[in-house]
Write a protein that binds this ligand. Sequence first.
Ligand code: SF4
Ligand code: SF4
Length: 166
Amino acid sequence: MQAVNLRSFKQKVRFNKVRLKKFLSKVLKEQPRGLDKLAADTEKEVWKEVDCLTCANCCKTMSPTFNAADIKRISKHFNQSPEAFTKQWLRKDKIGDMLNKTEPCQFLNLQDNKCSIYEIRPADCSGFPHLSKKRMVDYIHVHKQNIEYCPATYKLVEKMQALSKN
Ligand code: SF4
Ligand code: SF4
């Protein structure tokens, strides 16, 4: 497993994001046979190479969506009411989702990149970065966005594109 170098990741994104997003659009349009298996197999390779604890770029630059169950569970952990927790940490976006007011996430320990509420973190965090799902095509729009922030997503799409050329 390699440490993530966010500076070189950002450079690679600048050079390659248009190409990789075009590839994702093509995948969505053509929905090639065997796509979901390919994504699942490629994901295994990605996690042999990416160490999230050397990255945490998701927790530093994006906000998870907190659903009602997340808010209830996490506020209880802090002996707060869901309302008090929401008032302290969250804001509502244009479509009504509850997001962190600030980034990095208040629960990220910046010394070691660990989540201080890991066991009870939002469901959105546990599923992130949603690399291989039952139907990859349902997540193409997510990958298109995350490719610019998440080195694991970037690697998945890059590897899948390389394999599709063989
Ligand atoms: S709750 Fe934890 S895993 Fe989720 S964004 Fe915050 S620090 Fe990261
Ligand atoms: S999920 Fe992606 S952005 Fe988050 S720590 Fe892992 S590689 Fe980095």
